[in-house]
Design a protein around this ligand. Structure first.
Ligand code: E4P
Length: 218
């Protein structure tokens, strides 16, 4: 399973990259705003900065909601760097834009996906990635992981190339369950990735090994 980090924070992207396990980055307008990045040229420059840190796909989200403007915005983003994937919302004009980008060799990530029907449409339009939002479904008492399962089954039935990018990951169990189901990618915060490292028996075991070494090597 590929690991993407879901942030626009350059320090956190560097930290995940330094760990040697990072395959890509996803951003969205809220994450850019959180870092105080505003204005078209600053936003575009920030995407380039991210691409220079990580050697993997970087999702850049359009803010236009009509077809014509999405195309202009997405083409501008795609020209920034070969690793840019244009992130397009699951709305009617978005599906049309994904089809256009696919036909013109621009890779896409269909975002804000909350149902199997939406995921099916994204695959039919040729999206490179589909982003079902697990955490936000869980937030409204709906089984986010169940959706990942459903999409996996549908995509396998028809051998769609679209990769399932499990998004809105909140904690390590989300990551583990995605891996069990067979999501192609997960995107989550650095905290969820680092939480995979932790086990109290590892800490206790290491402490004992070091103490035993000291006993005879002091
Ligand atoms: C996906 O690409 C989104 O950026 C993200 O995963 C949304 O996560 P959130 O629900 O934690 O905001």
């Amino acid at each position: 399973m590929k690991f993407f980090i879901d942030t626009a924070n350059l320090d956190q992207i560097r930290e995940a990259e330094d760990l040697g396990i990072l395959d890509g980055v996803t951003t969205n307008p809220s994450l850019m705003a959180k870092e105080g990045i505003s204005g078209e040229s600053n936003i575009l420059k920030h995407y380039v900065d991210i691409c220079e840190i990580v050697d993997g796909d970087v999702s850049a989200e359009v803010i236009s909601t009509n077809y014509a403007d999405m195309i202009i915005e997405g083409e501008k983003m795609a020209e920034l760097h070969e690793n840019i994937v244009v992130k397009v919302p699951m709305i009617k004009d978005g599906v049309k834009a994904i089809k256009y980008f696919t036909d013109n060799g621009i890779r896409t990530n269909c975002t804000l996906v909350f149902s199997a029907g939406q995921a099916l449409l994204a695959a039919k339009a040729g999206a490179s990635y589909v982003s079902p939002f697990i955490g936000r479904l869980d937030d409204v008492s709906t089984d986010g992981m169940g959706l990942i399962n459903q999409i996996r089954e549908i995509y396998d039935n028809y051998m769609y190339d679209t990769e399932i990018l499990a998004a809105s990951v909140r904690h390590p169990m989300h990551i583990i369950e995605c891996a069990e189901i067979g999501a192609d990618v997960m995107t989550g915060p650095l905290s969820a990735i680092l939480a995979l490292l932790k086990h109290p028996l590892t800490d206790i075991g290491l402490e004992k090994f070091l103490a035993d070494y000291q006993k005879v090597n002091a």
